[in-house]
Design a protein. Structure first.
Length: 299
């Protein structure tokens, strides 16, 4: 009657294996709370936990539920767009180029989630834009694949681009939104690809300085036009839509959306965009011309 079946023995062995020691449970709880604070961007909680356990800074959830991914706190804060937490972690000495188990850096995490301000902060902290993950993708590649053209523009602005122009020395950064906007406008008046691309960078710089909403809408509209001139119509549409979320009644914003959709040969939606713009500004020559062009090309 006291014999134990083979399956019963296996169950007992499995149960014994699963049971954690008090130390293991304490470690897992500590890591879980640390990573949760990073995901939420709660700096006071991060500060309190790091004060008790300095090893948390470089921890990658080893021997925890999320050990397969291997993200550090900086990866999580970057992915979730928590600028204050990212800056605090960097100040404590977090590795800006630390990799998770898939070879991704915090820059990959920020770029994959379209966290433009985080990308900029990581670049300023020395993030390596050439780092590739296990799929041989850079952070810029990941942004490109997902259609995050604004992230691409920020990475380009802070690195050596394939056009052979170096940007990113601190001295070239603008002192004000107005300065960057004026530089963008000046570049836009030229009629070549490099100038339009440069305009995108300047408008991106202005947007990174977090202008007031009405100025932000104008900058997004301008950058949409510059993207369209570069033939980057998905990016142009992304900026036009962001502009319209701020100023939904602005005819010019609808015109930018129409132009982007024209470039994508989405005639039906382009026509609707121009019509919507004309409902707000019925006498706009730009909107009327855009609508006429759309109807002509779609016919």
């Amino acid at each position: 009657g006291g014999a134990v079946s083979a399956s019963g023995a296996r169950r007992d062995a499995k149960k014994e294996k699963k049971e954690k020691t008090p130390e293991q449970r304490e470690y897992m709880q500590c890591v879980s709370e640390w990573m949760a604070a990073a995901k939420a961007g709660t700096v006071p909680a991060l500060d309190g936990q790091l004060g008790k356990a300095s090893w948390l800074l470089h921890n990658r959830s080893e021997d925890c539920a999320e050990s397969l991914l291997g993200n550090t706190a900086l990866h999580w804060a970057a992915a979730n767009g928590h600028l204050a937490a990212v800056e605090w972690l960097l100040l404590q000495g977090a590795d800006v180029n630390g990799m998770n188990h898939g070879g991704s850096t915090p820059l990959h995490s920020a770029a994959a989630h379209a966290r433009t301000h985080i990308v900029s902060a990581l670049l300023d902290a020395g993030a390596n834009t050439s780092a590739t993950d296990e799929s041989k993708e850079t952070a810029r590649d990941g942004a490109y694949r997902r259609g995050y053209r604004s992230v691409e523009a920020v990475i380009d602005r802070g690195t050596v681009t394939n056009l052979g122009y170096r940007w990113g020395e601190k001295s070239t950064r603008p002192d004000s939104v107005d300065a960057a906007k004026l530089a963008g406008n000046a570049a836009f008046t030229a009629t070549d690809y490099v100038s339009y691309r440069t305009a995108v960078w300047h408008y991106t710089d202005a947007l990174l300085l977090q202008p007031a909403p009405d100025v932000e809408a104008v900058l997004l509209s301008n950058r949409s036009a510059a993207h369209a001139k570069c033939g980057q119509y998905h990016a142009a549409l992304e900026d036009a839509d962001s502009c319209l979320r701020i100023r939904p009644d602005w005819g010019k914003g609808h015109g930018r959306r129409g132009a982007a959709l024209q470039g994508l040969k989405d005639w039906k939606r382009a026509e609707a965009a121009y019509q919507e713009g004309l409902s707000h500004e019925p006498t706009s020559a730009q909107l009327l011309a855009g609508l006429e062009e759309t109807l002509k090309r779609s016919g």
